[in-house]
Design a binder for this molecule. Sequence first.
Ligand SMILES: [Fe+2]
Length: 487
Amino acid sequence: MATDPDTSSTTSRILGPILFLDDVRDAALHLSALVFVTDTTNPDPLICGEGRYPFVEIAADAGWRVLRARFEAAMSAPVTYSVLGQSHTIRTGYDGDLNIAFASCNGEENGDLDRDPDERNAMWARLRDDHRNNPFHLLLHGGDQIYADEVTLGHPLSEDWPESVPKDPERADLRELRAHLRRGFFERYMKFFDTCPAFMELAASVPSLCQWDDHDICDGWGSLPRSRTYSPVGQTLYEVAREATLIFQHACTLDDMPGRFHDKTGLSLGWWIDLPDLRLVAPDLRGERTRRQVMGDVGWAMMEAVAALPPTRQILFISSVPLLGPRLSVLEAAMVVTPKMQEYEDDLRDQWQSRAHRTEWRRMLQLLTDIAVDTGARITAVSGEIHLAARATMPLGGQDTLHQLIASGVAHRPPPQAWAKVLGSLAAFGEGPLDGAPITIERLPGQSGRYVAERNTLAITRTDDAWHAVWDLEDSGKTEPLALAGQ
Ligand SMILES: [Fe+2]
């Protein structure tokens, strides 16, 4: 039974490990393992092959200390390491067939901490079972790894966030707010780790790679008015959220970010990793977001750097909000004249398809098209965010097709069927931000509607040179494999 680390002085708790893929260089994997302890002792060093890798404390709050060991391993053969008296095997072999899991939207805006863990984490248990049958090589987290919305409650400076915020709070009060928020973030991450053994089993042997979305900070971060975002309270919230994201989603702090990040100062948390014939690219769509831009100079500099990299065969483009979707301008126009719908306006602002982001959206689609045409790389975008399962396609230059796979959420329950139908009917309007490259909202294999209102996760596989995707839908079960590219 779980004990509260704040009140228990006699019972020590220990959780972990959670693995992260820091970087791949010179055919070597650079990994981090996180463990969490409630007392002052340090675990024995992690052992991998001949190496012993000590744990160092990288953060502490809410009664927990966060300890990390960084270690290296070969990329081709399976890797066994041991920590906390147990050994775990990582299915590496990244130069052969691949089985990659994708999950997003791990929580809900309200009352997430009070949900029955069995209900909340049912899809994690299924993913864990799949892993036992056919181990995953990687676990991609596509955004909203936690729902932090409620951390602003309980402190006078942020109680009414984002509706109203104090203009010029005292520095001492801000410092107190920072401590309040930090404890709230720590509690949220630790509660998930502590109540989801299925995730912990997966995370001990499958390296995670994460990219954040708004709820890792707060609902609609970046699409809120400047008066909120740039207020002292807003900036404090962002800084604490980023610190927590770096610790719990990337096993690092601002001064020791892993090699895969483009910007080591943390202004933008975009990264890419090269595996044999596979490039994972995850731009940060939140760190520099404003109501007028999705990415800033740093994010775009990373995308230009990615475009200049040596060719690869397949790119998995992790876009926390879907890169391809239906035309939303109809809906946006309706909202402007319908007061009751204006609360959803920020949600639409979050989308690439928002009128406010159209120029930037076209730039991104053109950049990916150029990569495909110039290098022959095939590109698949994977996204979460909308709490539905869906997919779309867009021609990429000559014969290639950009596939968009949407899997969301792993824990967030779906919206009403009616909303899925509204989105499905919007698909009829079509959308073509680039000339001669219409976006088509397609159906998942075996589904009659275009948007599936069920919780879901995704597995993306490479067999020889052929790529497939399989959604696991909570009620409908697994889809037939969808062929993405190759034979
Ligand atoms: Fe979400």
